[in-house]
Design a protein around this ligand. Structure first.
Ligand code: SAH
Length: 366
């Protein structure tokens, strides 16, 4: 697979242009064009010979939308194909304040959490920075957005398939590319990075000088029970995670968030609520409760709406800042990795050679 220019920042694009004997302003043109989701043939600002040379040396726009599903609640689920034929997914959620896109950082995942569809077949490969960025650009284009203030995608969450901190360098590079002034120009303040709790990388991230919102998937206040649903808990204890969060706060001044998926009969009793309060009270954090989206392959069930509300009430009565997230996109298999699995088992992929962002070769939709 050829390297794509989407992983290059403005300075690196300048070096590419210089090596091709082109004027330096070409770097800005390419940056703007590819941040708009154009493939080489659409970059009509560039001369034909230059386009041909770029095509010869570099891969074209790496992410193509092959399927869009629209939920009753307005949530849109996208299935993307990559240049090597791999398939990943993203979800666009519409809120009053803007549109949040959830993107994948890996094809598959090696964390193997008990409730998550992404890890069922393990890790296939890391996405490179340009591919992660390509998901954002493709959906931005598809929904009619432009660059900088004209963006339709206003926020990004790294909560799709994959563990972003297990693909550390590409993820951090992506965060920096997102902020390119002549590109999407999106600050890391508008990005939330969700991790299952890879402690060393959480500490490294604190040093990057990026104002990204750190979210940790906690899912249990007890190490032993957590390890049953999240194998990674065998490597890092909750105490170590809390220390890393405190360090993150000390370096960035940013409050952190815990995700807590409520699984009926597993982690949603008042014993869990009390222990969570004991762990988190007084810390600069927020707890996001989510009712589990049932995953066929996993045999785990979400808890009832009533139990979820009761769990929330206990946390807030105990002094925690917490919310129960609206379930979104349930009817379109909104949770991590679900759509990709269904797609792979039911359909054959689109032509991976035809890669152009937002130019879709759709195979369906509801
Ligand atoms: N690896 C990262 C990011 C991907 S998972 C992490 O673990 O945080 C993003 C969020 O989706 C996590 O909080 C995860 O627990 C949650 N999630 C996964 N499967 C889910 C499901 N079936 N229902 C509801 N949330 C789910």
């Amino acid at each position: 697979m050829k390297e794509t220019l989407l992983s290059f920042n403005k300075k690196e694009l300048g070096e590419v242009m210089a090596a091709l004997g082109e004027k330096s302003y070409r770097a800005g043109q390419v940056l703007r064009a590819q941040s708009s989701g154009l493939c080489f043939d659409e970059m009509t600002e560039l001369s034909k010979p230059l386009r041909a040379r770029l095509k010869e040396n570099y891969g074209d726009f790496p992410v193509m939308i092959i399927k869009t599903l629209k939920s009753r609640d307005g949530t849109e689920k996208y299935l993307f194909s990559l240049a090597d034929g791999n398939v990943i997914e993203g979800v666009l959620m519409k809120y009053k304040y803007g549109n949040t896109l959830c993107v994948s950082t890996q094809v598959g995942c090696r964390m193997n959490c008990a409730f998550c569809a992404s890890g069922i077949s393990g890790l296939i490969r890391n996405l490179d920075a340009g591919e992660i960025l390509g998901e954002v650009i493709a959906v931005n284009r598809k929904t009619g957005g432009g660059l900088s203030d004209e963006r339709k995608v206003t926020n990004v969450v790294l909560m799709g398939s994959g563990e972003p901190l297990d693909n550390y360098e590409n993820t951090v590079k992506f965060l920096r590319l997102l902020g390119e002034k002549e590109g999407l120009n999106m600050s890391a303040r508008n990005v939330s990075l969700s991790t299952c709790g890879l402690v060393p990388q959480m500490r490294m991230l604190a040093e990057e000088g990026l104002p990204v919102n750190l979210t940790v998937s906690l899912h249990s206040p007890f190490d032993g029970e957590r390890a049953k649903i999240m194998p990674v808990a065998k490597s890092y204890s909750i105490a170590e995670i809390l220390d890393a969060c405190a360090y993150y706060f000390s370096r960035t001044g940013r409050r952190y968030i815990f995700e807590y998926v409520l699984i009926g009969g597993e982690n949603a009793d008042n014993r869990h609520a009390r222990a969570l309060i004991g762990l988190l009270k007084g810390k600069p954090c927020h707890v996001n409760l989510i009712r589990l989206n049932d995953v066929k392959e996993k045999g785990l069930k979400g808890c009832s709406e009533r139990d979820a509300r009761e769990f929330l009430r206990e946390l807030t009565a105990g002094g925690l800042s917490a919310t129960l997230r609206r379930r979104m996109g349930e009817d379109i298999e909104g949770a991590c990795g679900q759509l990709r699995r269904r797609f792979l088992s039911e359909e054959t992929g689109a032509d991976p050679n035809e890669v152009c962002a937002g130019k879709t070769k759709e195979t369906g939709g509801i």
